[in-house]
Design a protein around this ligand. Structure first.
Ligand code: ADX
Length: 203
């Protein structure tokens, strides 16, 4: 669904207030923390823990979560490869707007395809931070918080990521979180440390 635009006679309007001005007011940069990993890997849990830590520091934050976005903006999309690509494309556009608004945006989507994640990176440039929630499938399946792996194994969910649909692990993520070795708090701290070290937020 990335074909030529359908709208014609549209003119881009420049805003008077720039991203830099908004960032100065916020006291931090806009950025996209793009969490990717299998269902049950801990994306949402860690993203919410990072958001709480950033909020505590006075940062403007927002979490975009796969399950929630599929209730609204993307409720017309399923789980075919094509729909997943469109899901990530739309979210990518949303994160670009949030970035411009100087918000530290955290996304929690499986986003199984490297090319889709790379497309968001191309859109958001040096504000894109790929966070691999690196949890082996055996552990995700053991946890099975929503009972979906059991259903997928029973053949009740077609095209289930990691079982009947592929997951492409990030080739060079900015942050690699080993959730089987570290606690949620330690993973969240690793993300906050990255933001400080790379001057997205101040210490
Ligand atoms: S993505 O692949 O398009 O990035 P997204 O993160 O939006 O997926 O949604 C994944 C969530 O949808 C999972 O956490 C799970 O709760 C639910 N889900 C339902 N069907 C599937 C499926 N076939 N594959 C993966 N997740 C599914």
């Amino acid at each position: 669904m990335t074909e030529d635009p359908k709208s014609t006679n549209i003119v881009w309007h420049e805003a008077h207030i720039t991203q830099t001005a908004r960032e100065t007011l916020a006291g931090h940069k806009g950025a996209v923390l793009w969490f990717t990993g299998l269902s049950g890997s801990g994306k949402s849990t860690i993203a919410n823990a990072v958001e709480a830590a950033l909020h505590e520091r006075g940062c403007k934050t927002y979490v975009l979560d796969g399950d929630n976005i599929r209730h609204g903006l993307n409720k017309n999309l399923g789980f075919s490869d094509e729909d997943r690509t469109e899901n990530i494309r739309r979210i990518g556009e949303v994160t670009k707007l949030f970035c411009d608004a100087a918000v530290l945006t955290l996304t929690a989507f499986i986003s199984p395809f490297q090319s889709d994640r790379d497309a968001v990176r191309a859109l958001t440039g040096d504000r894109f931070i790929e966070v691999f929630v690196n949890t082996p499938i055996e552990i995700c399946e053991q946890r099975d918080p929503k009972g979906l792996y059991e259903k997928a194994r029973a053949g009740e969910i077609p095209e289930f990521t990691g079982i009947t649909s592929p997951y492409e692990a990030p080739e060079s993520p900015e942050i690699d979180l080993h959730t089987d070795e570290k606690s949620i708090e330690e993973c969240a701290q690793q993300v906050v440390d990255y933001l400080i070290a790379n001057q997205f937020i101040s210490a």
